[in-house]
Ligand binder design. Sequence first.
Ligand code: GLN
Length: 196
Amino acid sequence: MHQGAGSMKRIGVLGLQGAVQEHLDMLRQIGEIEACMVKYKADVENIDGLIIPGGESTAIGRLLSDFDLTVPLKARIENGMPVWGTCAGMILLARNISNDERRHLEVMDIEVMRNGYGRQLDSFKTTVDIPAVSAQKVPLVFIRAPYVVDISPQVEVLLSLDGHIVACRQKNMLATSFHPELTGDLSFHKYFADMI
Ligand code: GLN
């Protein structure tokens, strides 16, 4: 592990495509955290946790393999490194994707539906109670979001919305359908930092 006694937690944000800067800004607001962009193989060894941002899962997945990151990232996650996938990041973590033949990191025992909300509800905002994550109501932003349609017993549901799982955790892995980095609310970033 990179994290030595007394040193700050170093959290990486996968910086290939998508909402990268927004996550870095949120992490820096928490304080006591070193936030850095992860783009190359060597970066993967120098982090204590990783956020995979929203964007376009097909593009991020292709770049992961072009940059030779799929194998080393998968290995670190399987060895227990905390990881959090938001939106497209959730799709990249999933072992199964209902409506896509592509597979990416395949580390989390969830099956997701890409663009689950379809056309009418393409993007929307809401506010919810998630006691496991925050004592206050948490604002959520969904943008062409996936949701989880199936989980294994190892996966803990943190939030369901209208019958769809939109936040869940399996040991060191956290997946959310929505984008906390676009709300100004630090609850989820703090929750993830506490997983490290
Ligand atoms: N719809 C995108 C995909 O399937 C995810 C959207 C997002 O990350 N905001 O990859």
